[in-house]
Design a protein around this ligand. Structure first.
Ligand code: DGL
Length: 266
């Protein structure tokens, strides 16, 4: 048994979709979450900047003594997973990409679409990882840079969001005719309903959920599951915007969700 919290972080509220999956699968676990709302989006930033921001956040989370850290962000996983693991070899640090890739390959998919931020697509990490496990896999990738800012602005249920999803997806789906799609950004499960509505034949893979299956396995195998912890979940953000509070209120309605503003110094 290990009652220390699990650290999560993202550029903003996208990683909360992963926390939501953790709460469903392992309700006894406690969370310490950092959303870098002051500096979101990460997807249009350089790899160096992404690494710097991620290192600052992980240093902060490590100071809170987590038993595991989940990088609930594809963009950070793409560019900083290896350097973060090197910096903290004693802490299990999980990225969202590898578990998703394994799941897609084990399902026997042969034509897969990937939507993600510009930085994730530029890294080609999904294409490289999928093809290294299945050289015959056809992977089609598309950056959707307008989605994260709209989600952070609270437009998830709006017509603007539906039109933006269609703007990106219509040609992409028609040109490549894939039947499986990876939501390669942890913000995207918040708009998955628009994708399901317009492209109902496409099976979606949710990177926010896949990583939690791996976390559950590692914690179980190492006898590190929490039990009867009296800790509370703690949520931190680098900027407490009205939208962030509104979105978290929506996602965590009926829970004891509390958020605090913490500015990370260089
Ligand atoms: N949620 C993030 C991801 O999975 C980051 C999005 C962004 O800040 O651009 O990539």
């Amino acid at each position: 048994m290990d009652n220390r919290p699990i650290g999560f972080f993202d550029s903003g509220l996208g990683g909360l979709t992963s926390v939501h999956e953790l709460h469903k699968r392992l309700p006894e676990e406690k969370v310490i979450y950092y959303g870098d709302t002051a500096r979101t989006p990460y997807g249009s930033k350089s790899p160096e900047t992404i690494k710097t921001f991620a290192t600052q956040i992980v240093d902060y989370l490590v100071s809170k003594n987590p038993k595991m850290i989940i990088i609930a962000c594809n963009t950070v996983t793409s560019w900083a997973l290896d350097s973060l693991r090197e910096r903290y070899p004693e802490i299990p640090i999980l990225g969202v990409i590898e578990p998703t890739v394994r799941r897609v390959v084990s399902d026997g998919c042969k034509r897969v679409g990937v939507i993600a931020t510009k930085a994730t697509i530029k890294s080609d990490i999904y294409g490289r990882s999928l093809k290294s496990l299945d050289p015959e896999m056809q992977v089609y990738s598309l950056a959707c840079p307008a989605l994260v800012p709209l989600i952070e602005e609270g437009f998830t249920d709006s017509e603007i969001m539906e039109l933006t999803v269609k703007h990106y997806m219509d040609d992409f789906v028609r040109d490549h005719d894939f039947d499986h799609l990876i939501l390669g950004c942890t913000h995207y499960p918040l708009v998955a309903k628009h994708i399901r509505k317009h492209y109902p034949g496409i099976k979606l893979y949710n990177s926010s959920a896949e990583v939690i299956k791996d976390a559950a396995k590692i914690l179980t195998e190492n006898d590190m599951l929490a039990k009867g912890s009296e800790l509370r979940d703690r949520y931190y953000a680098s900027d407490l915007s009205e939208n962030f509070i509104a979105m978290t209120d929506l996602l965590f309605a009926g829970t004891d969700f509390k958020i605090k503003f913490i500015k990370l110094e260089d």
